[in-house]
Design a protein around this ligand. Structure first.
Ligand code: NAD
Ligand code: ZN
Ligand code: ZN
Length: 353
């Protein structure tokens, strides 16, 4: 099978021919139809974070496909089912986090496309207990971005506590941001979207953002304060400066939700303003299996729209470059060429000009 492999940090990925995995006990093997390119895969390939993946590895944690084999003891899914392989590849199932609905904080978790091989491949093995079950009516090319970009921003909007009377600021209208706007709208909030590129802001307005700010030409702090300040700000842009602006635009008692993870790994957080303004700063890591089912249910009910562009896996290096330069509208999804279900109309297949 074909797989895209990171052999050295900061070097182009290598397309390799590898053996199709065989399922171990508790695992399934999935024939991948669609595999999303999350900015996290770029951080992984660059070795950007304090905890690095072990080389070589296959990235990809937005993998959707059909179960072709199940190992001993698997009862949750069967051959022929469509499933999603998310970032949370597996967890211990026993610790206080796992048993309290916070399996995303399990200290013994394994992460797809990071600590275990992921979905930039024609087949991937996955723990049957942690795959998402893709309902009928959600096509694989939409399900792929939903299984990280959707899941993560759905959770981040929950962590923001967004309410109908709130102004929610979304910093970064990329793969994650284009879905964050929609979940904030579903919560009933008013949305102000911030990015550096006008095309991204046009998309934001089309997805329901009432206000947009181009941070390359306008100060987002002043602009959002001019709207009365944000009740919450969701930081999805891969830039410490954007985190500081997201903090700066908050009203008193506001909440800053940290989601993006820039390589710099630091932001300036003024203590005085945090204390006097009663600001909450929270980190938000993906979402749980229940969150993922809710994300799929919302999509099946036609309440979200996924913008994606399909490409061949062979374009992986160019595609990562395009994401870093902001040349992508929504998400790139690799088409593994299985002739999966056609995109339904509410999802928009887009092409970069
Ligand atoms: P992306 O590249 O698709 O989107 C980033 C967007 O931010 C782009 O539209 C870009 O133009 C914009 N941007 C860049 N600099 C900006 C600035 N200074 N001000 C405003 N906008 C700016 O990336 P993505 O796939 O959406 O991922 C975003 C980040 O979220 C990455 O760091 C990724 O690793 C992280 N992530 C975190 C989690 C989690 O669970 N916390 C999950 C998935 C991804
Ligand atoms: Zn991701
Ligand atoms: Zn655990």
């Amino acid at each position: 099978m074909k797989a895209a492999v990171v052999r050295a940090f900061g070097q182009p990925l290598v397309l390799e021919d590898r053996a199709i995995p065989t399922p171990e006990a508790g695992q399934v093997v999935v024939k991948i139809e669609a595999s999303g390119l999350c900015h996290t895969d770029i951080h992984a390939a660059h070795g950007d974070w304090p905890v690095k993946p072990t080389l070589p590895f296959v990235p990809g944690h937005e993998g959707v496909g059909i179960v072709t084999a199940a190992g001993p003891g698997v009862t949750r899914v069967k051959e022929g089912d469509r499933v999603a392989i998310p970032w949370l590849g597996s967890a211990c199932g026993e610790c206080e986090y796992c048993t309290s609905g916070w399996e995303t904080l399990c200290e013994r978790q394994l992460n797809s496309g990071y600590s275990i091989d992921g979905a930039y491949a024609e087949y991937a093995a996955a723990d049957a207990g942690y795959v998402g079950i893709v309902p009928p009516g959600v096509d694989p090319f939409a399900a792929a971005p939903l299984s990280c970009a959707g899941l993560t921003t759905y959770k981040a909007v929950k962590m923001a506590g967004a309410r109908s009377s709130d102004l929610v600021a979304v910093f970064g209208v990329g793969g994650l941001g284009h879905l964050a706007i929609q979940y904030a709208k579903i919560a009933g909030s008013t949305v102000v979207a911030v990015d550096l590129l006008d095309e991204k802001l046009e998309l934001a307005r089309e997805l329901g953002a009432e206000h947009t700010v181009n941070a390359s030409t306008e100060d987002p702090v002043a602009a959002i304060k001019g709207l009365g300040g944000a009740d919450s700000a969701i930081a999805l842009a891969v830039s410490p400066k954007a985190f500081e602006q997201a903090f700066g635009c908050l009203r008193r008692r506001g909440t800053l939700v940290l989601v993006a993870m820039p390589a710099e790994n630091q932001m300036r957080l003024p203590i005085f303003e945090t204390v006097l303004n009663g600001i909450s700063v929270v980190g938000s890591i993906v979402g749980t299996r229940v969150d993922l089912q809710e994300v799929f249910e919302l999509h099946a009910a036609d309440r979200t729209h996924v913008w994606y562009e399909t490409r061949a896996l062979d374009t992986v290096n160019q595609s990562m470059d395009d994401v870093e330069r902001g040349r992508v509208s929504g998400r790139i999804v690799f088409d593994l060429g299985t002739g999966g279900a056609p995109a339904v109309q509410r999802d928009r297949a887009v092409t970069t000009p």
